[in-house]
Design a binder for this molecule. Structure first.
Ligand code: DLL
Length: 443
């Protein structure tokens, strides 16, 4: 059978229908039994958890219902750093088949590890995501997520193979070659950070290649916050459907949750493997369904690195409203930012993604920007450096004033705006660096 005939086009295709459409009462029962084993495993195999549970006066046996999880302590990124590199593992190092690490902003990286069963589960969940996002067995997946310690490249790679796709393992960078291979191989699916997808679009435009005319039809984008405005821009410039995927190394990597192609309205979080809570980041009390707060995740099936109530720092809301796609799992509504990248500019809380939403699609601007933070006296100042669109011929000063006005009226923050010439804002090869913080340099 040729690859072409193996492609299934029905929108109802699911990788694991029984798991994806499991009735909610069955999902809850499965979560409870898996949660009990996870707490046992963490307590008995990882000294860090034993110490923390003992200090909090709780034992795994205290968990009688899912709600009892609220009695257990949280895990934070510094717990991994304090036990660097292998101290949080629940298996002997010899049983790890792979390690990854997330690029810590300071100090040591956060190291995560996987047993054979963990890698297997990850590939299954990523295959489930690919199918949910519209990929089909037999299609070509162009994988521009970085390969290496970052979980994006290998995570997407094994998931696409598990679904039965042909993977082109590009990693990030070498953008002209990426465009040439998209053209020559005719991939239907593109995996990249959303900022890198825009970089690819721009390089293709400069090369005179119209990606909209290629077979590419779906983009699987995540690893950084992005907005619906950016989605529309990517969709228009690449002629594809852009779909959101979420994940983090500490929990697994990409594939913890993803949007379904039918609805693109919140990311289905795979509750048979993870338990999701949203808490108030100030009081740490659980928030009711639908209210915004910090996402906290507990792994239910991980062997090497069980995570109990991991504080992601990601700000979002959960929804258990039924989704028209038929999947029963709770949805994580778009991650709007992290509660640790929140900027406070003259008393106003600002997420970089909010500024982006103002600028993407703004007439005369290109979607390349950086926020530069400086301190003038006691006041923090934000300067938005944004590129003018190549075709823009108007008055730069006036355009900058227009943007200042829009940011002020939509976000409530006063800032400076500097228009840059095309190509002057540094391009992303992976996760975009959106914020340049110059406040700590003695200014
Ligand atoms: O970024 C894993 C990943 C790779 C996800 C490829 C999706 C696609 P880390 O490097 O550990 O793992 O970074 C995790 O990135 O806590 C969020 O703050 C952010 N993030 C990831 N996906 C999204 C998304 C990978 N779809 C951190 N929207 C997370 C917003 C995201 N933020």
């Amino acid at each position: 059978m040729s690859a072409q005939t193996a492609v299934r086009e029905t929108s109802e295709y699911m990788f694991d229908r029984a798991a994806e459409c499991m009735p909610r009462n069955e999902l809850k029962a499965l979560q409870l039994s898996r949660l009990k084993s996870t707490l046992d495993r963490a307590y008995n195999k990882v000294p860090h958890y034993k110490k923390k549970f003992d200090a909090a006066g709780v034992k795994p046996g205290d968990l009688k219902s899912l709600a009892d999880l609220a009695r257990f302590p949280f895990t934070v990124k510094t717990d991994l750093r304090d036990n660097y590199p292998f101290g949080m593992f629940a298996v002997p190092r010899e049983q790890l088949l792979r390690v990854h690490a997330s690029s810590g902003t300071t100090g040591k990286p956060t190291v995560v590890g996987y047993t054979k069963a963990d890698l297997n589960m990850w590939a299954d969940l990523m295959a489930r995501c690919f199918a949910t996002m519209g990929a089909r067995p037999g299609e070509i997946v162009h994988n521009a997520y970085g390969y290496g310690l970052f979980t994006g490249g290998l995570g997407a790679h094994y998931g696409a193979e598990r679904l039965g796709c042909t993977v082109v393992p590009l990693s990030g960078g070498g953008t002209e070659r990426q465009v040439t291979l998209l053209q020559d191989f005719g991939a239907q699916i593109l995996c990249a950070t959303p900022s890198y997808a825009l970089n690819i679009a721009e390089v293709a435009e400069n090369m005179g290649v119209d990606i909209r005319k290629l077979p590419l039809r779906v983009g699987i984008f995540g690893a950084e916050p992005w907005t619906d405005a950016m989605r529309r821009d990517i969709e228009a410039r690449l002629g594809i459907e852009a779909i959101d995927i979420y994940g983090l190394s500490e929990i697994m990597g990409p594939g913890v949750a993803c949007e379904c192609r039918q609805m693109k309205n919140g990311l289905h979080g795979w509750e048979d493997h993870f338990l999701f809570e949203v808490v108030d980041p100030d009081t740490m009390q659980p928030k009711p369904m639908g209210e915004a707060g910090e996402l906290v995740i507990t792994t239910l099936t991980k062997e090497a690195l069980p995570m109990v109530r991991y504080r992601t720092r990601d700000i979002t809301r959960l929804s258990d409203e039924p989704c028209a796609c038929g999947r029963s799992h709770v949805r994580i509504l778009r991650v709007t930012g992290r509660n640790d990248d929140m900027l406070i500019i003259r008393g106003v809380n600002v997420f970089p993604s909010q500024v982006e939403a103002v600028m993407v699609g703004f007439p005369g601007l290109a979607p390349h920007y950086q926020l530069v933070l400086t301190r003038e006296g006691a006041l923090d100042t934000m300067t938005v450096e944004v590129e003018q669109a190549p075709e823009f011929t108007g008055d730069c000063q006036r355009k900058a004033e227009e943007v200042v006005h829009h940011i002020k009226s939509l976000i409530g923050v006063s800032c400076k705006v500097v228009l840059k010439a095309p190509g002057e804002v540094p391009r992303s090869q992976g996760k975009a660096v959106r914020v340049k913080d110059e406040r700590k340099k003695g200014k």
